[in-house]
Design a protein around this ligand. Structure first.
Ligand code: PCA
Length: 145
């Protein structure tokens, strides 16, 4: 299974230790535009949110990994897939920055537009999550279930 990571799961970023996948070299961008924000929540500061609202925002840049079933399940749990507050794992088309002709498909963790309520402070939209945007990231670790 392939995942497209654009936030804290990228190599070099705060939750990279959870991503045990094999990196597909290079950088990839989404074929469609999606709004990408960094948001402030009560239990998570500067959380990267890719909003499932194609056509708005940027062609967002991230990394692609081959992950096994066990790691995918662990990441799904961390991203709270299936919970109302969580991410939805959505298939997206990507193109390699080095080879825009070849497209690949991967799953991306997105938030639904209605989750980004007007009261949530945000920065963006951005094209790419950078070290500068990752500065000050923290999460209140959820207790094991
Ligand atoms: N982790 C996932 C989704 C947002 C986040 O911080 C990722 O890096 O793609």
């Amino acid at each position: 299974m392939r995942i497209f990571v654009y936030g804290t799961l990228k190599e070099g970023f705060p939750n990279a230790y959870l991503n045990l996948g094999q990196r597909v070299p290079g950088l990839f961008r989404t074929v469609q535009r999606f709004p990408f924000y960094v948001v402030r929540l009560p239990l998570e500061n500067r959380a990267p949110w890719l909003i499932h609202q194609p056509g708005l925002g940027h062609h967002v840049i991230g990394q692609v990994f081959e992950v096994d079933e066990a790691n995918l399940e662990a990441i799904d749990r961390f991203e709270e897939v299936g919970q109302p507050t969580g991410y939805t794992r959505v298939p997206v088309m990507l193109q390699a920055l080095a080879d825009p002709v070849t497209q690949v498909q991967a799953f991306a963790y997105m938030k639904q537009p209605q989750q980004l309520t007007a009261d949530i402070p945000r920065e963006g939209p951005f094209e790419e999550y950078t070290a500068e945007l990752a500065a000050g990231y923290w999460i209140e670790q959820p207790t094991a279930q």
